[in-house]
Ligand binder design. Structure first.
Ligand SMILES: Cc1ncc(COP(=O)(O)O)c(C=O)c1O
Length: 333
């Protein structure tokens, strides 16, 4: 029997044998006391990679986003973001529920920054009725915009504008590694476009768990307190941080393979490979539900993400042969 090829998400990967060994051998301590050497090593590594002062390991990307955004936006204040941003659409309203902030959104076909619109929307002090804007959030790559990369120059222009008006910039970099590999732009250059980032080790990088807030020492110290308050202070969690360190060492450059596989699949599924920047393919199909069901029958799992939209995501557990087999199935359908 041939195995199922699961293209529903890049969060579905299982730790490799080498990653499991690194986890088993990790030195650990109580991280709530700041005494887990492997967590500390991971946090230092992440801070250095993004050119920031500090980082904080978190269980999930959603928690990292909530902690990161709240360093810039308080209760009764607002953050501006793109309409399909993960923070706006897919975190169950966590930012409103925990922080008490509101969001206003702009719409960009590729999930990017529409700077003239952002300028128009930005309202830090409009008198006694209006919610003050204190920050702007961007997502790179953009999940629901099909893994699109927002070019560095756009984020640099946004950061410059934000700096000139005293706004903070948050970058949801759950898949910033994919943007880095797709463009060759160093992680530190992406880091310089934001005051605070949330990055994930558990998406394309293939760790089973783990994300981080990356930013100033003050933002990270504040996030450490809020992480504990939210119940996210973990103990001998070096076993998970070890997976993250292993992923940073071994699973970044290989993302180029995922990107190539995604283009192959886009073509097979009737999409345009030239619109595929990274590892996510979004294809419009009138027959989305039937297509997903027919693919499943043939051992290829893909996700419906709208009545006429399907999504395919490549990752560590789909090698070239798997991608070719899935492409053959999708092309036949
Ligand atoms: C862009 C983006 N940000 C944040 C998250 C949240 O990560 P988690 O599922 O670890 O909470 C995701 C999850 O897929 C995501 O795609």
């Amino acid at each position: 029997m041939t195995s199922v090829i699961d293209l529903r998400s890049d969060t579905l990967t299982r730790p490799t044998p080498a990653m499991r060994r690194a986890m088993a051998e990790a030195e650990v301590g109580d991280d709530v006391y700041g005494e887990d050497p492997t967590v500390r090593a991971l946090e230092e590594r992440l801070a250095a990679l993004f050119g920031k002062e500090a980082a904080l390991f978190t269980p999930t990307g959603s928690m990292a986003n909530v902690l990161a955004v709240r360093t810039l936006v308080g209760p009764g204040q607002e953050v501006l973001c793109e309409a399909r941003a993960h923070i706006a659409r897919a975190e169950l309203g966590a930012h409103a529920a925990y922080t008490g902030l509101t969001m206003r959104t702009w719409r960009d076909p590729r999930g990017g920054v529409d700077l003239p619109v952002v300028r128009e929307m930005f309202a830090p002090d409009m008198g006694p009725f209006f919610v003050p804007t204190t920050a702007i959030s961007v997502e790179n790559t953009h999940n629901f915009a099909g893994g699109a990369v927002t070019p560095l120059a756009h984020l640099q222009a946004l950061k410059e504008y934000a700096g000139s008006v005293g706004a903070g910039v948050h970058l949801d970099g759950a898949r910033i590694w994919n943007a880095h590999v797709a463009t060759g732009v160093p992680l530190a250059d992406w880091g310089a476009c934001a005051d605070v980032l949330a990055v994930c080790l558990s998406k394309g990088l293939g760790a089973p768990v783990g994300s981080a807030v990356v930013g100033t020492a003050d933002a990270v110290a504040e996030s450490r307190i809020w992480r504990k308050r939210m119940g996210g202070g973990m103990r001998q969690v070096g076993i998970l941080a070890a997976a993250g360190l292993h992923a940073l060492e071994h699973h970044v450059d290989r993302l180029a393979d995922d990107h190539a596989h995604a283009r192959l699949l886009a073509e097979a599924a009737g999409g345009d490979p030239d619109t595929v920047d990274t590892n996510i393919v979004v294809v419009e199909r009138e027959d989305a539900a039937a297509y997903v069901a027919a693919a499943r029958e043939q051992g290829v799992l893909i996700a419906p993400v709208g009545p006429t939209t399907v999504r395919l995501v490549t990752h560590l557990d789909v090698d070239r042969a798997g991608a070719e087999r899935a492409a053959a199935v999708l092309a036949r359908l």
